[in-house]
Design a binder for this molecule. Structure first.
Ligand SMILES: Nc1ncnc2c1ncn2[C@@H]1O[C@H](COP(=O)(O)OP(=O)(O)OP(=O)(O)O)[C@@H](O)[C@H]1O
Ligand SMILES: [Mg+2]
Length: 244
């Protein structure tokens, strides 16, 4: 079997009929989804459409999902949020290690910090880091556990445009080196199509569009073919030129 086909037959995440309601209001309405191992998927949707709810369910942080279906995810899952969530009373390396002790763990932590461009900042306090640096430290913390699945909930949402673009390159490079399955929640259609090989749109509790982005990496925002994907995604999000 070709390696590519083999990967596609080994899903990292499999959900069937995933449903979640809050006070009688259905937010996720019977979601079926498979994420192949090692794939890079982005999830778009309006504010309040249930993206974080879906992420939390996959991360195993929500025990009240229902549906009677299947919810299978790997054991080693890391989650990255919009804010870095570093503990202010711990130095950067200790934040990355999160309690893991010993020389081997420290070496892994240092290597992860070097990978995100923070080599030499191990003893800095979180308050001494810029927003982008803090987010890079959060990425190092997520990598140090060698996750099989990386869930990222608008990880670049609070960063300026230039830092964001640098972080895109970094995330893609880290993914290529470690190959976890990635599910990236974002509001940004361009971020989704430049980074991901598949983009999902969550709409009325369902996956309204499931789009494969069949373009080589690294991708340029100016690639005219990406424009066609952008149009389809904006249409699925209900944004048209005259209403934008
Ligand atoms: N613990 C909760 N209790 C009650 N309602 C909730 C809870 N968590 C989420 N919701 C509701 O579920 C809906 C989906 O929320 P969710 O946070 O998943 O949206 P989202 O797509 O991530 O939005 P955003 O893009 O703004 O982050 C919202 O209407 C929200 O109010
Ligand atoms: Mg959210």
């Amino acid at each position: 079997m070709a390696p590519h086909t083999e990967q596609l037959t080994r899903p990292a995440v499999r959900l069937t009929g995933l449903t979640r309601s809050f006070e009688g209001r259905t937010v996720l309405d019977g979601i079926d989804l498979e994420l192949p191992a090692g794939s890079f998927t982005a999830l778009l949707g309006h504010s309040g459409s249930g993206k974080s709810t879906l992420l939390r369910a996959i991360a195993g942080l929500d025990h009240r999902v229902a549906g009677g279906g299947e919810l299978a995810a790997p054991e080693r899952v890391s989650v990255v949020f919009q804010d870095a969530r570093l503990l202010p009373w711990r130095r950067v390396l200790d934040n990355v290690l999160l309690g893991a002790d010993g020389k081997a763990a420290a070496a892994r932590g240092r290597a992860a910090l070097a990978e995100v461009g923070l080599g030499g900042r191990e003893r800095a306090w979180p308050s001494e880091l810029s927003g982008g640096e803090a987010q890079r430290a959060a990425l190092a913390r997520s990598l140090v556990r060698e996750p099989e699945l990386l869930l990222a909930d608008e990880p670049f949402g609070a960063l300026d445009a230039l830092t964001r673009i640098r972080m895109h390159g970094l995330l893609r490079a880290l993914w290529q080196r470690h190959r976890p399955s990635v599910l990236l929640v974002t509001h940004d259609v361009d971020e989704a199509i430049v980074l991901a090989d598949r983009v999902l749109v969550l709409d009325h509790g369902r996956i309204g569009l499931d789009l494969t982005i069949d373009r080589p990496h690294p991708r340029s925002y100016r690639d005219p073919l990406l424009g066609e994907y952008r149009e389809r995604l904006l249409a699925a999000l209900g944004v048209t030129e005259d209403r934008a």
